[in-house]
Design a protein around this ligand. Sequence first.
Ligand SMILES: [Zn+2]
Length: 58
Amino acid sequence: MNYKYLAFCTSCGFPTELTKHVLHHYFSNQTVNIFYCHQCQTENKIPDYLKKIAKELK
Ligand SMILES: [Zn+2]
């Protein structure tokens, strides 16, 4: 199934689309704790629930 998750920027509210691929190969990495907003380039902390989802992806 090809679904996407959204993470909202805490600064401007812009939704960043996260594919399953990104979650699985990037967000699931313990050393990765931030993502950059595509609109304003603000550093955002990856929400705990997305880290959890990323770890549970197969
Ligand atoms: Zn932003």
